[in-house]
Design a protein around this ligand. Structure first.
Ligand code: MF3
Ligand code: CO
Ligand code: CO
Length: 350
């Protein structure tokens, strides 16, 4: 989610835990290619580099009357109240269910992602799959941007950081695409995303995606009761910067439950003033966006699509987690991780 509320220290300078700020931009023609081939950029990826541009969107899809909807489904504002950060046993049980359904939906998208498929087709699949599970796709008509979000899924390709709007652009061999699924079921939301490979992806992009998955796992592992909230960002930033990558600052993780986004914010970089303690019963997302170059972002005029300012590629993974006395529990794990390496965080420290 965007950073809507000023952080407690807004206006004051932030001392980052690390000072390295890899301000990499797309290489000049005669500089080495970003992919690590050792060849000059002009002899390697330069010709194939095509910035993502907005395509055409299809009309709004409908959701059957039988499906319980959030207030924004029919154009009303988001209802906001002071939802407790620590959830009741009843809310937690419902969040386990929606978390699994969201994860199963996300995993199923992996079966349609291929070169030549449009992001619109992936959205249609996600929309139908949400409804089949009795859930409302939370992004649909969500207020924000220049207009409410018009689709049921966010699809963010290559240099798009997040909140890309599905359209008629066909996926190309070598693309990376993040799909971000949120479902609303039985009064609660479950929010999860993953970055997928389209066909044959170059080694540098694969490394970015793999390190981003590790960053997510390390952030989750740091979400222990009694830790300060900033332990999560520290773990993520350390690993990203050790690998020469930047951590996007303009979008953060968030508290989640009966509301899609509560006022609890989870920075994915070390933020010294986020000293509030992680408590048993909290539910929030961890969703680091990691960039091959600079963390600086730019927004399209649609008010939703965010890209890296330097057009270097970026990847993201997201889970909704519950803090238990034994540590973090991932609520957005699919029923079976078999054949879905994206959700298997074993061996990554979680
Ligand atoms: N799922 C996104 C998140 O992780 C939010 C998407 S809002 C939308 O917070 F309107 F763009 F769908
Ligand atoms: Co989220
Ligand atoms: Co999300």
């Amino acid at each position: 989610m965007p950073l809507p509320m000023p952080l407690p220290d807004a206006g004051r300078p932030i001392e980052y835990h690390r000072y390295s700020d890899p301000m990499v931009t797309l290489p000049k023609s005669n500089e080495p290619c970003w992919c690590g081939s050792g060849k000059k950029f002009k002899r390697c990826h330069k010709d194939s580099f095509q910035a993502i541009r907005a395509g055409k969107q299809t009309p709004l899809r409908s959701v059957p009357d039988s499906i319980r909807k959030p207030t924004w489904a029919n154009g009303d504002a988001v209802e906001r109240w002071d939802e407790p950060a620590v959830k009741s046993a009843d809310v937690i049980e419902r969040m386990r269910t929606v978390g699994r359904e969201a994860a199963d939906t996300l995993a199923s998208l992996g079966t349609v992602i291929a070169p030549g498929v449009t992001t619109e087709e992936i959205d249609a699949f996600c929309h139908n799959e949400s409804i089949r599970r009795g859930a409302y796709p939370s992004p649909l008509m969500y207020p924000g941007g220049s207009n409410p979000f018009p689709k049921s899924l966010c699809t963010s390709v290559n240099e798009v950081i997040c909140h890309g709007i599905p359209d008629n652009r066909k996926l190309e061999d070598g693309d990376i695409i993040n799909c971000d699924v949120t479902l609303f079921l039985d009064g609660v939301h479950g929010d999860t995303n993953a970055t997928f490979y389209v066909g044959e992806v170059d080694p540098a992009s694969r490394r970015l995606v793999e390190v981003t998955r590790e960053c997510t796992a390390r952030g989750i592992a740091a979400a222990q009761p009694g830790n300060q909230l900033n332990a999560i960002g520290r773990a993520i930033q350390d690993h990203a910067e050790d690998n020469g990558y930047g951590v996007v600052r303009d979008f953060v993780g968030h508290g989640i439950g009966e509301q899609f986004h509560t006022d609890l914010q989870i920075c994915h970089y070390f933020h010294p003033h986020l000293t509030n303690l992680i408590e048993v019963g909290m539910t929030f997302t961890i969703e680091p966006m990691i960039a091959m170059g600079s963390w600086k972002a730019k927004m399209w005029s649609d008010g939703w699509t965010a890209t890296t300012a330097d057009k270097a590629r970026t990847a993201q993974f997201e889970h909704t987690i519950l803090i238990t006395k034994d540590g973090p529990e991932i609520l957005t794990t699919p029923s079976s991780t078999q054949g879905h390496p994206y959700w298997d965080l074993a061996g990554l420290g979680v």
